[in-house]
Design a protein around this ligand. Structure first.
Ligand code: FES
Ligand code: MG
Length: 578
């Protein structure tokens, strides 16, 4: 390494400083047993870990970080691990999504404020992956992601059970008396039997695949189970690779191009991924100035069949996906069909096409081919428009019932998910299978935080009568592990005066997914009258983070980021602390 290279390294503005300043920067670091020689201008690599016992999907990341560290040392870098916030899906109230932007802010500021040349991002649970990508993209120092990997397949009484997906099934079984409470306790343990994130193609697995499809994670890395030794190998390889990326100045802005997002959107369709990817990809794109529109998520996927047969849309789980060849096999197949931009650069320094040259599908039942796909093109996520959702809404067709994709039924409106839950088990409930259940005030500002509450369970009396699905319409989200004919992300949301706020019981709602429309069959004059009479709800939050959130969060179709966090602010810090 030449002296010129040493002094140009960002971290040398700290560790290479002369006099008292340099002493302050180095001396305290040496209390960790680091010798003077590690400050010689080698790349300083931050390892951002969202390990937390409160985010069980990320709890093992400290071990993954050790493997990354090994890789960084091997390649001649100096690894420095630091903790970030962790947004665990299962415990955080009112919803982990409320904190995605906070975590993204934290990641961004921590990277920028510290003497780092590059960063490895360790995530797992749903929101932690987009939060880290958003934060890192806004700093634009070389960055590589290592997701923590899925849990092993759930196993209950000889059958594979999927985390998330089977929670709904078990709940229905409990309600209808097919399962006792004791059996249910036992089943809980069967569902989550190893470290890792949800092993269905829920949001965590989807976002891990999105990180890989965008080119921000090493090929094959998304699918290795959390407890597979090869998870640690891929982490170590990422540690080695980030050191080279610093030398090559391979930054997120070179990787996260419009074409990379188009690749990710198509891969999401092919894997039958979560609807939440729409919001997260839009938010990440906003950080790098790529203008993704909701309609891109429909236009770009119409020619893409679902290739991957995983729960919640299919039958297999992430462990099977891994053994079948993982994401590289999917990408190779899409490339064969001319459905991806193969020339996109990735964290390997090589292109998408080069990365997957030798990728192979090892189980064509799990990863199907374009010639005989699991589900035909055009049956993935659809974006709807109409007078009920002027800025769009989303429905995951593969998780819906085909007979409900065109449906006309009377609305039964609930002003909150809680209002519905209060009456859902009432045997006298005035709802039949044709009713459209409308749940509002579950959007970004209204809830606040846009929780995963849209796929409310069906009324108990209808479940008992054998009804399996009904149309539900909501301005909230649905868990990536969920299913049902549920219209999501209705924008603008009710709390800001979107038309959802104007619906009344009995209004005919017309869903026509083949024609991509969601309409309220009420005439315009009447809707105008109702709009004039509408009053914005009183602001419940007047201070604290939740206030900041409700004041700044953008609508679902914009990615639900804070307006003031859009864009890349770079890594410069002009002033010293001493
Ligand atoms: Fe964390 Fe599903 S709850 S990934
Ligand atoms: Mg989730």
């Amino acid at each position: 390494m030449t002296d010129g290279q040493k002094t140009s390294r960002r971290s040398q503005a700290w560790f290479g400083a002369q006099g008292r300043s340099g002493m302050l920067y180095r001396s305290w670091m040496r209390n960790q047993g680091l010798g003077h020689e590690v400050f010689d201008g080698r790349p300083v690599i931050g390892i951002a870990t969202s390990a937390s016992e409160l985010a069980p999907c990320n709890a093992h990341l400290t071990r993954v970080a050790e493997a990354v560290k090994r890789g960084v040392w091997q390649a001649g870098g100096l690894p420095l691990q630091f903790p970030t916030m962790a947004t665990g899906e299962t415990l955080m109230r009112p919803t982990a999504m409320l904190y995605r932007n906070l975590m993204a802010m934290e990641v961004e500021e921590l990277i920028r404020a510290n003497p780092l040349d590059g960063v490895v991002l360790l995530s797992g649970c749903d929101k932690t992956t987009p939060a880290m990508l958003m934060g890192a993209a806004s700093v634009d120092l070389p960055a590589v992601m290592v997701t923590g990997g899925p849990m092993l397949n759930g196993k209950y009484r000889g059958q594979d059970v999927g985390s998330g997906t089977h929670v709904w099934k078990f709940e229905e079984d409990l309600k209808t008396g097919r399962m006792t409470e004791e059996e249910c306790f036992f089943a809980e343990g069967c569902m989550a039997r190893s470290n890792g994130h949800c092993m269905t193609m829920g949001t965590a697995s989807t976002m891990a695949c999105m990180a890989e499809a965008l080119g921000m994670q090493l090929p094959g890395s998304a699918a290795w189970p959390a407890v597979d030794a090869r998870r640690m190998e891929t982490a170590q390889a990422a540690g080695q690779r980030i050191v080279r990326m610093v030398e090559e100045e391979l930054r997120p802005s070179r990787i996260l191009t419009r074409e990379a997002f188009e690749n990710a959107i198509r891969v999401n369709a092919a894997i039958g991924g979560s609807t939440n990817a729409i919001i997260h990809l839009t938010a990440i794109a906003g950080r790098v100035g790529v203008d993704l529109r909701l309609r891109d998520f429909d236009d770009l996927v119409r020619a893409v069949p679902t290739l991957v047969n995983l729960m919640p849309s299919g039958k297999y789980l992430m462990e099977d996906f891994c053994y079948a060849g993982g994401l590289p096999a999917v990408i190779a197949e899409l490339l064969r069909g001319g459905l991806l931009h193969g020339g996109q650069i990735t964290v390997t320094g090589r292109t998408v096409a080069e990365n997957t040259e030798n990728a192979e599908c090892l189980d064509s039942d799990v990863i199907t081919s374009l010639d005989a796909p699991f589900q035909p093109a055009g049956t993935g996520t659809a974006v709807l428009r109409g007078n009920l959702c002027p800025d769009g809404a989303v429905i995951k067709q593969s998780a819906a019932s085909p007979h409900l994709l065109t449906h006309r039924g009377p609305a039964r409106v609930f002003d909150s998910p809680e209002a519905y839950h209060e009456v859902a088990d009432d045997p006298e409930l005035d709802i039949d299978e044709n009713t459209v259940i409308v749940i509002r005030n579950a959007g970004p500002k209204g809830y606040p935080g846009m929780p995963e509450v849209s796929n409310v369970p069906l009324p108990a009396k209808l479940l008992k009568a054998g009804v399996k699905d009904m149309v539900r319409v909501c301005d909230g989200r649905m868990s990536g592990t969920g299913y049902g004919t549920v219209v999501l992300h209705v924008a603008p949301e009710a709390a800001v005066g979107g038309p959802l706020a104007l619906v009344r019981d009995g209004d005919p709602v017309v869903l026509d997914v083949p024609n991509r429309t969601l309409r309220l069959d009420v005439d315009d004059a009447e809707l105008t009258r109702r709009r004039e009479a509408w009053r914005a709800p009183v602001e419940r939050h007047t201070s604290g983070y939740t206030w900041l959130y409700t004041q700044n969060v953008e609508q679902a179709d914009q990615g639900a980021d804070f307006g003031f966090l859009r864009g890349c602010r770079g890594h410069e810090v002009p002033r010293d602390s001493h």
